[in-house]
Design a protein around this ligand. Structure first.
Ligand SMILES: Nc1nc2c(c(=O)[nH]1)N[C@H]1C(S)=C(S)[C@@H](COP(=O)(O)OP(=O)(O)OC[C@H]3O[C@@H](n4cnc5c(=O)[nH]c(N)nc54)[C@H](O)[C@@H]3O)O[C@H]1N2
Ligand SMILES: Nc1nc2c(c(=O)[nH]1)N[C@H]1C(S)=C(S)[C@@H](COP(=O)(O)OP(=O)(O)OC[C@H]3O[C@@H](n4cnc5c(=O)[nH]c(N)nc54)[C@H](O)[C@@H]3O)O[C@H]1N2
Ligand SMILES: [Mo]
Length: 769
């Protein structure tokens, strides 16, 4: 008699689903019945959960195991691993933590562990890493994130808090009803709307876009790629040179000012320092008016088009929105500050359907009407070491211990790191200039990684501990942008000898004598009840029908109602700025910031300005690297997660990531579709496969991130990982965020034999003798 498959509710960053399990194997992931637009990334899960790339046993790098001090750290990534028993591995990790803490102190232990890990919040590996290291005496952490790092530290100076980025923007319903023109810098890529951090219960972006289109909202997409125009929406595409949006926006402000179309009363009442900015725009401070003609030279958009868009925006209800990508670039503070200045000049901030927003095309749920009730959360506790570096300065830190750097008005010194601890992230995916990171990674004596798969980062560890995936444990997930809270039932036993990160840390904490501090005296199900209890009151107040935990667990989900009233960003401030001031020094929108002026940073002046990036098409157009490389998010996976899965692999060409080019650029280089090419600059090279794409403007090459890093050597990566080409420098001294989107490259036909891709082969493993 065949046994009926079992069904378990679960959740991932790419959507909620039911895990269908038969004979101990995940058969497929059935999308959540309430999700109107599920993501196909779910298709990759069965193959990944049961992948031969799973790490099945704890493993120790051979050179490190023989002699830590004498071991050749450049062998990280190529060395053999020795598989050991859990007891041996845990003793090694525990002793090493104790040794490093005793000999060098908590400041020698890097536990930033940046990365997305699971949607489930109890078993969120990064949070658990912090909780464990904090309880054990602290570590050096990472501040901010790769997603919106420049915005995160700039916006508090300008609009007081960064709610506009991470929190709520004006609801889509309000946009549909009131906005007539939506100008999307960086576009609204539906591809990116597959993802919600913490898990998508419902994918809402297609629905809200359709509503806006039906309601007659006119879309203008300013982007190097027409691919950022949302499907099903008729939109005008304005191609723009990457990293030059600031110039275009300044040209629009200049048009408004010189034609007296700006809202003088608004900037007077709600902003500080607009006059000083206007002097700059008009050329009174530097002799160069930032006219539409000037802007056209910089950004490549015709002056008449810049002027026409400014006039149109001033004549109707306009929402300006910027993708997060704009600020993930060198001097990425400037387009964000400038769009706020432009929106201020238009004077519609705080009105229905007007003003500015960020991230509509970056992640699912931006503008999704949802009451302000908390999402589930696990606490990491306090870090007694009180040390953190800006998230993306990791290679700088490892390469330059003791050196001083500036960050957001402070001077700090890079710590001298002896041990790196990572769980739930893939720095050999996320960091820029990976050849430089390979060098920096040789600095610490010891690297510990928890992973489920032999990712590039796991391969570069000294001690690897096998972690379960989401389906092998019980959890709870949800996001502040989503109306659903999801129960995540354990559907499978731990694969191989893998253990939950929570259990690994519990055992290590027990060895260190602080088990109770780590566990809080709770086991898995007690924690889930505790997290649920912490949300109950707020969810009930927000109008949800909240059952007790057992009933929620049995049903598998809980739903918040849509709020009765539209949320309009900065509405209260607009209605009464004295009663509802912004959390800036002046209480108003700071178009000129005295605080930033006081920092005296040449790379971040006190008002929005055109500060050319280190690499862009204006500086080196006729030079050796005439193409601007745009590294966007991948459509068929989340970062590097599920890269070895069926969906991602099917999209590769000759097993490599693709590079998109216009026909003129391909023909100029004698390239045809599916040709293998070398994409290169002075930092490195990778092999990729050509896609001729007339939606990409000339001068630009587009590659998605996520191909598992597979270097043949420092001068060639075989799989198409664009981060061997990107620039590893802080956006500015103010925010020190990643400058991933500022890189110039050249492309040439691949000559000679093609090296095989080895990213999906396990490292050499031997049993302990
Ligand atoms: N060039 C360029 N680079 C970029 C970007 C770009 O636009 N351009 N974007 C940047 C951005 S915005 C981001 S957010 C980063 C993303 O960078 P990351 O978040 O580091 O990328 P992921 O591939 O999601 O890595 C998460 C890792 O956690 C592991 N993991 C998942 N669940 C668990 C678990 O339960 N336990 C453990 N121990 N591990 C688990 C996964 O297997 C995976 O290897 O990349 C950045 N890098
Ligand atoms: N499918 C999928 N979705 C994802 C992710 C994923 O890995 N996979 N990652 C998620 C995460 S962690 C994040 S932070 C968000 C990131 O969200 P974003 O940062 O918004 O995403 P990107 O795909 O990097 O960039 C969006 C578009 O910006 C355009 N662009 C790039 N540079 C410029 C420029 O200088 N000017 C203008 N006008 N346009 C430019 C590119 O054409 C690109 O398609 O995506 C999230 N969504
Ligand atoms: Mo991100």
């Amino acid at each position: 008699m065949p046994v009926a498959p079992q069904r378990y509710p679960s959740l991932s960053h790419w959507g909620a689903f039911t895990a269908v399990v038969a004979d101990g194997q995940l058969q497929h992931c059935e999308p959540f019945h309430r999700d109107p637009a599920p993501s196909r990334i779910l298709e990759s899960m069965p193959g990944m959960v049961h992948s031969p790339l799973r790490i099945t046993r704890p493993a120790v790098r051979a050179g490190w195991l023989i002699d830590r001090e004498a071991s050749d750290r450049s062998a990280r990534g190529s060395d053999t691993f020795v598989e050991v028993d859990w007891d041996v591995a845990l003793a090694l990790v525990s002793d090493e933590l104790t040794r490093v803490r005793t000999e060098f102190g908590a400041e020698a232990l890097f536990g930033g562990s940046y990365g997305w890990s699971s949607a489930g919040r109890l078993h969120h590996a990064r949070t658990l890493t912090h909780r464990f290291l904090n309880a054990g005496g602290g570590c050096v952490n990472q501040a901010g994130n790769y997603s919106w790092g420049a915005a995160q530290f700039l916006l508090p100076h300008v609009i007081g808090d960064y709610a506009a980025v991470t929190g709520r923007v004006t609801d889509w319903k309000n946009v549909a009803a009131n906005t007539r023109l939506m100008v999307a810098f960086g576009g609204i890529a539906v591809r990116n709307g597959q993802i919600t951090s913490g898990g998508a219960g419902e994918h809402v972006l297609p629905r809200w876009l359709a509503l806006a289109a039906e309601s007659g909202v006119e879309f203008v997409v300013v982007s190097p790629s027409r691919g950022d125009v949302p499907a099903g929406v008729s939109a005008r595409w304005i191609p723009i040179r990457p990293n030059t949006d600031t110039a275009m926006m300044l040209g629009m402000v200049h048009t408004l000012l010189t034609e007296q179309r700006h809202d003088a009363a608004f900037v007077q009442q709600y902003c500080v320092g607009f006059d000083r900015f206007a002097d700059y725009v008009l050329g009174k401070t530097d002799g160069q008016p930032k006219s539409a003609d000037w802007a056209a030279q910089v950004c490549g958009v015709p002056a008449a088009e810049i002027q026409a868009l400014a006039r149109q925006a001033a004549g109707t209800r306009t929402m300006l929105t910027c993708a997060w990508s704009l600020q993930r670039a060198h001097h990425g503070e400037q387009p964000y500050w400038t769009v706020i200045a432009l929106a201020s000049a238009l004077g519609q901030i705080g009105l229905p359907g007007g003003g500015f927003a960020f991230g509509h095309g970056s992640i699912n749920g931006v503008g999704n009407p949802r009451p302000a009730a908390p999402a589930p959360e696990m606490s990491a506790g306090q870090n007694p070491a009180k040390r953190a570096i800006p998230v993306a300065r990791i290679a700088d830190m490892l390469l330059h211990p003791g050196e001083t750097y500036a960050f957001n008005g402070r001077e700090d010194v890079y710590p001298d790191i002896q041990m790196v601890y990572w769980a739930g992230g893939n720095p050999f995916h996320h960091h820029q200039d990976l050849n430089r990171l390979v060098q920096a990674w040789q600095k610490p004596q010891t690297v510990v990684v928890h992973e489920s798969w032999w990712t590039p980062t796991a391969r570069r560890a000294d001690i690897v501990l096998p972690a379960t995936t989401t389906l092998e444990r019980n959890d709870i997930g949800g996001s502040s942008r989503d109306r659903f809270l999801l129960a995540m039932h354990q559907a499978l036993p731990p694969q191989g000898q893998s253990r939950n990160d929570f259990d690994i840390y519990r055992e290590l904490a027990a060895r260190g004598g602080f088990e109770e501090a780590f566990t809080g005296g709770r086991d898995e199900m007690q924690w889930l009840r505790h997290i649920y209890a912490g949300m109950e009151t707020a969810w009930r107040t927000a109008g949800a029908d909240v059952p007790d935990f057992d009933a929620f667990w049995a049903t598998g989900f809980l739903e918040l109602p849509e709020p009765p009233k539209d949320f309009i960003m900065m509405e209260a401030f607009r209605q009464d700025p004295a009663a509802n001031p912004l959390k800036t020094p002046s209480g108003r929108i700071e178009i000129y910031s005295e605080r930033i002026a006081g920092f005296d940073y040449a790379d971040c002046p006190p008002h929005p300005a055109w500060v050319p990036p280190a690499e862009w098409l204006g500086a080196d157009r006729a030079g050796r690297f005439p193409l601007h490389l745009v590294t966007c998010q991948p459509a068929d996976k989340l970062h590097s997660q599920m890269d070895a899965g069926t969906l991602s692999r099917a999209a590769k060409v000759h097993g490599r990531e693709r590079v998109r080019l216009s026909r003129v650029e391909a023909e100029r280089r004698g390239l045809a579709a599916e040709d293998l090419v070398k994409v290169f600059n002075d930092r490195g090279a990778c092999i990729a496969a050509v896609v001729i794409d007339e939606d990409v403007m000339p001068g630009v090459a587009v590659m998605a991130t996520g191909a598992w890093f597979d270097p043949a050597n420092a001068s060639l990566e075989r799989h198409g990982n664009p981060n061997v080409l990107t620039l590893d420098t802080g956006t500015s001294q103010l925010t020190q965020a990643p400058s991933a989107l500022s890189a110039l490259v050249e492309i040439a036909a691949w000559e000679g034999p093609v090296p095989a891709v080895k990213a999906f082969e396990k490292p050499a493993l031997v049993a302990a003798g």
